[in-house]
Design a protein around this ligand. Structure first.
Ligand code: LER
Ligand code: MN
Length: 270
């Protein structure tokens, strides 16, 4: 398993569960100094950061890009894959395709989290789930052609009314025409929705392709009450090989949160 830490580079968004903020080069240097294997990037778009700069930094610092988030498509541009307006859905697909290309150049998968949207008053849930499946089919095979997987993230009920639990995520992915989509197990969302984190992880097994590492209160692991020993054991049981990426609030400050995260990673997965 590989350690990873989030870096938020979206101007104007000053709250959110990311450890490092704004300074790409300085944050990557800090992540490298602490011994993180990778960083997860949250950018405003696929053009926000030059790919050659990122390639140079990954090579110089020995830190990989673990994944790229697509949430800015919703937060900044108001796009989701399940908007009742077909033009907005199409723009959402294009936004994510650009992010997949951006990530693929760095060998990193893109994540569909908040871009999945919600079943709103303009659509019923089945219709929205159909649009979500359409989007994941298109984007999953697009990612496959670029040599990366696509990561789909169940979110807690306060963020989406589509898919909240890993079991439902497994079912959704099983219904797709593409087999190139994997689940993101975000331990914070799971703490709200799952009956048992370890059991859900074991049932999802090889369908899990990425992990968001946050405690029950979304602080860095160690600041809440998640029974992390049992959770870690489940990841060993399924032979999980991917990133364990800290998407958590930078409590009390980014440097302390990053240090606590790498300490926790080594405690449970070292
Ligand atoms: C949002 O709560 C989240 O967990 C992100 O990873 C997805 O945008
Ligand atoms: Mn997450």
């Amino acid at each position: 398993m590989k350690s990873c830490v989030t870096i938020a580079l979206v101007p104007g968004i000053k709250t959110g569960p990311w450890i490092y903020w704004d300074d790409l080069e300085g944050s990557m240097q800090k992540a490298a100094a602490l011994g993180f294997d990778g960083v997860e990037l949250f950018t405003a778009s696929a053009e926000a950061v030059a790919i050659d700069k990122l390639m140079r930094l990954t090579q110089e610092l020995g830190v990989s890009i673990g994944s790229v988030g697509t949430g800015a498509g919703k937060v900044i541009n108001g796009l989701t894959l399940t908007d009742p307006d077909p033009l907005i859905r199409a723009r959402a697909v294009t936004f994510v395709q650009d992010m997949i290309d951006f990530g693929a150049a760095l060998n990193a998968p893109a994540i569909i989290g908040s871009m999945q949207g919600n079943a709103t008053s303009g659509a019923n849930r089945d219709q929205a789930l159909g649009w979500l499946a359409d989007g994941l089919n298109t984007l999953g095979s697009f990612a496959e052609n670029r040599g990366v997987t696509l990561i789909y993230e169940p979110l807690n009920r306060y963020e989406t009314n589509l898919i909240n639990r890993l079991d439902d995520g497994v079912k959704l992915l099983g219904s797709l025409k593409t087999d190139n989509v994997r689940l993101l197990a975000d331990l914070f969302h799971m703490n709200i929705e799952e009956a048992s984190l370890p059991d859900s992880i074991r049932r999802a097994g090889s369908m899990i392709g990425h992990v968001h590492f946050a405690d029950s209160n979304r602080g860095p692991i160690g600041q809440g009450h998640t029974a992390m020993n049992d959770v870690a054991k489940a990841f060993y049981d399924i032979d999980y090989q991917g990133y364990i990426s800290a998407e958590a609030f930078p409590w009390p400050f980014p440097d302390e949160a990053a240090q606590q995260t790498i300490n926790s990673f080594r405690q449970y997965f070292g």
